[in-house]
Ligand binder design. Structure first.
Ligand SMILES: Nc1ncnc2c1ncn2[C@@H]1O[C@H](COP(=O)(O)OP(=O)(O)OP(=O)(O)O)[C@@H](O)[C@H]1O
Ligand SMILES: [Mg+2]
Length: 249
């Protein structure tokens, strides 16, 4: 069974008399250790898909398999536990707690899970170091730049050593150099740690780090493109851009 799967998933929002089809019969399988990029225009359903895959929200119809088990067969408590222990989220708008320091924000998933921090301190430091914020552990979000806050959110997503990382525009606010470092990190975590990554991005260069790119349009998967991964990513980027043009994305 795939680690992550959407089977004929639709998500509709009722807005008065209008039904918004955020996702329309989407099916997708992601294998363990696979790195998938999701691209598509604003409003095409990318964040909705990520939230449903991570059990943060329920589909209107269809089913989701998360960490190898179907969510509709689980109680809310079981879904919450699966999410806490097996999934790392990087949200589009970071979702850092404003009153906590960078270090505390990174530790938050462990605190919520009722774990003691002492045995994890070194790893928390290691994660902050990994995203280039070793000297910012004591800073609150309002004392950091947008890109720094984004990197705290990335470190937080890895703190529970998740099987699955769901990342919504993780490099959206980063310069090309820190963006490249984060993309290498995601790629390494899938290749070396067999972590499964789904990353939403608007950037063809970012998408070229993945194993496969899924294109969404109007809530539907319209194309799936395997990435060859050559050094420099030039060829892969060109192929991604060609698909975007062809699909008018
Ligand atoms: N809670 C909600 N209530 C009503 N409509 C919603 C809600 N959340 C999302 N939508 C609608 O569903 C569609 C998909 O939204 P979604 O946030 O998934 O898009 P996206 O691809 O992530 O866009 P972006 O690139 O701008 O982040 C949009 O038309 C949006 O307006
Ligand atoms: Mg979004």
């Amino acid at each position: 069974m795939p680690v992550l799967e959407a089977r004929n998933v639709s998500k509709y929002y009722q807005m008065g008399a209008v039904t918004v089809r955020a996702l329309d019969d989407v099916s997708l399988e992601v294998a363990r250790g696979e790195f998938v990029a999701v691209m598509g225009p604003s409003g095409s359903g990318k964040s909705t898909l990520l939230h449903l895959l991570g059990g943060l929200d329920e589909p209107t119809s269809g089913s989701i398999v998360l960490a190898g088990s179907e969510l509709s067969h689980q109680s809310d408590n079981q879904v919450t536990l699966t999410r806490r222990r097996k999934v790392g989220f990087i949200f589009q708008f970071y979702n850092l707690l404003p009153t906590l320091t960078a270090e505390e924000n990174v530790a938050l998933p462990l605190l919520i899970d009722g774990q003691h921090l002492a045995p994890h301190r070194q790893r928390i430091h290691g994660l902050l170091d990994m995203v280039g914020l070793a000297d910012r552990g004591g800073h609150r979000p309002d004392q950091m730049s947008g890109g720094q806050q984004q990197r705290v959110a990335i470190a937080r997503a890895f703190v529970n050593e998740p099987e699955i990382v769901l990342a919504d525009e993780p490099t959206g606010n980063l310069d090309s150099r820190s963006g490249a470092a984060i993309l290498q990190l995601l790629r390494r975590s899938s290749q070396e740690m067999q972590q499964t990554i789904v990353m939403v991005t608007h950037d063809p260069r970012a998408a070229s780090y993945a194993d496969r790119v899924i294109f969404l349009k109007d809530g539907q998967v319209v194309q799936s493109l395997p990435i060859v991964y050559r050094s420099g990513h030039g060829e892969d980027m060109a192929r991604i851009l060609a698909v975007m043009q062809q699909l008018e994305l």
